[in-house]
Design a protein around this ligand. Structure first.
Ligand code: GLU
Length: 437
């Protein structure tokens, strides 16, 4: 069975950049009839905050991206201890004592000499005596995974055949000086234990994947399938990374964007499928195909999202707004036809009260002075035609045309303005029977 996971670090609010892996993993699991795991990567105790965990759940709830299993890394430290012991025993995890600034200087020297800034494994040459001396100085080790300096290859679900030469990658640190575990190790343990079959994440993780495939192998686990999606850029093609802080899901929600609009937009961004408003999660799942995503950066535009939001509203099913309409005191008997009439005439759900007021006659009628006599006559004719039905508008305006000689815009617009207070809106023939008598 397909099992995917979304693994955010609770160090801030989710933004559109995080939504991409969340959504792709969710869609992939749902499409395959599999499971979706929400995993909180919170081993960095200092930066992880409980309020962010709550906000992540709230954001996913808002979007309707439910999970089948919830896990957090901070509750699995014993498992990581055991994994680290195992790697130490097999000689794949070794202690290092360099400080951050020492490593920094070394990298600068390497760069100046035209060499890649790869960790030189100096710590592997330390004797027991050297280590004892360093520890006596008060230094605590951090621990690196000893990579096989080979080329790691995999068939990426988006990028196709991919390879990384691990000879040009630094041995990754798996345990910090303070004993804290880094996600690189924890993630592999979790992916093995939770039976994760597919990992979809940003292309900034490609090198990580090569090292994690080696860690899977070292731990006797079978690597998951991997797919790396491109990262978001702005409309000019510049990286969005610095602006993501202002593109949180929370702020998008506050701007009145509908969940399905955001999902419809994000699910197709960077894929070769057209961006269309989808009326349901089922429709999104149905149309999802990982192989349609490409390597080109995905252009995120708030303007495009807002436009799609409006289009999503125009196809929003009645069932989704039924309770909202009831709260707005729209009688049940006419709520559905009413919604179908107005949905294409509003830009957001906050446009509903305006049309409810029109329904109830609580708007200011607009009558041009030149039209006063005509409107008075027309309203009298409409009044006489009660009860209003599907044919009333046509019958009354046909008679008015003959009686007054008016036609086209001059025949219809004064009436629309008098009855609705505006010069645009839905088909009057359909609206008339719904208006409060
Ligand atoms: N916590 C990691 C991140 O947010 C997870 C990456 C992954 O999907 O493996 O980057």
């Amino acid at each position: 069975m397909t099992v995917t996971r979304f693994a955010p670090s609770p160090t801030g609010r989710l933004h559109v950049g995080n939504l991409r892996p969340a959504l792709l993993n969710w869609l992939h699991a749902r499409k395959q009839g599999g499971q979706f795991v929400l995993r909180i990567d919170d081993t960095d105790a200092e930066r992880s905050k409980e309020e962010h965990v709550d906000a992540i759940k709230r954001d996913l709830d808002w979007l309707g991206l439910g999970w089948d299993r919830f896990e957090r890394q901070s509750e699995r430290l014993a498992r990581y201890d055991a994994a680290a012991d195992e790697l130490r025993a097999s000689g794949r995890l070794y202690p290092c004592y360099e400080t951050a600034s020492e490593l920094d200087i070394r990298r600068k020297i390497q760069r100046q000499a035209g060499k890649p800034p790869v960790y030189d494994r100096a710590a592997l040459k330390l004797t027991d005596e050297d280590r004892a001396k360093l520890e006596a100085e008060g230094r605590r080790p951090h621990w690196r995974f000893k990579l096989d300096q080979t080329r790691v290859t995999w068939t990426d679900g988006i990028r196709g055949d991919t390879n990384v030469d691990c000879a040009s990658v630094s041995d990754p640190v798996l345990i910090r000086e303070d004993g804290g575990y880094l996600y690189t190790l924890c993630s592999v343990c979790d992916d093995i234990d939770f039976g994760i079959t597919d990992v979809i994440r940003g292309e900034d993780h490609v090198t990580n994947t090569a090292t994690q495939i080696q860690i899977f192998d070292a731990m006797g686990g079978r690597p998951t399938a991997f797919a790396h999606h491109s990262l978001l850029v702005d409309e000019e093609g510049a990286s969005l990374s610095k602006r993501l802080g202002s593109l949180t899901l929370e702020s998008i929600r506050e701007q009145g964007i509908e969940p399905l609009a955001l999902l419809s937009y994000m699910a197709r961004l960077g894929s070769s499928d057209p961006i269309e408003p989808r009326a349901s999660h089922a429709e999104l799942i149905e149309g999802f195909d990982l192989s349609r995503y490409g390597r080109a950066p995905a252009r995120f535009s708030m303007g495009d999202l807002a436009a799609l939001n409006t289009r999503t509203l125009h196809v929003k099913p009645y069932a989704d707004v039924a309770s909202l309409l009831r709260e707005a005191d729209v009688p049940d008997a006419i709520a559905e036809p009413f919604w179908h009439l107005i949905r294409e005439n509003i830009d957001g759900l906050d446009g509903i009260p305006n049309w409810v007021a029109i329904l109830n006659g609580g708007h200011a009628p607009v009558v041009d002075p030149d039209d006063t006599d005509y409107v008075t006559l027309a309203l009298a004719r409409l009044d006489a035609a009660k009860p209003w039905g599907a044919e009333t508008w046509k019958a009354v305006t046909t008679d008015l045309k003959a009686e007054t000689g008016r036609k086209g815009r001059a025949l219809f617009m004064p009436l629309r303005k008098a009855l609705t207070g505006r010069n645009d809106g839905p088909d009057m023939a359909a609206l008339l029977p719904l208006l409060k008598r």
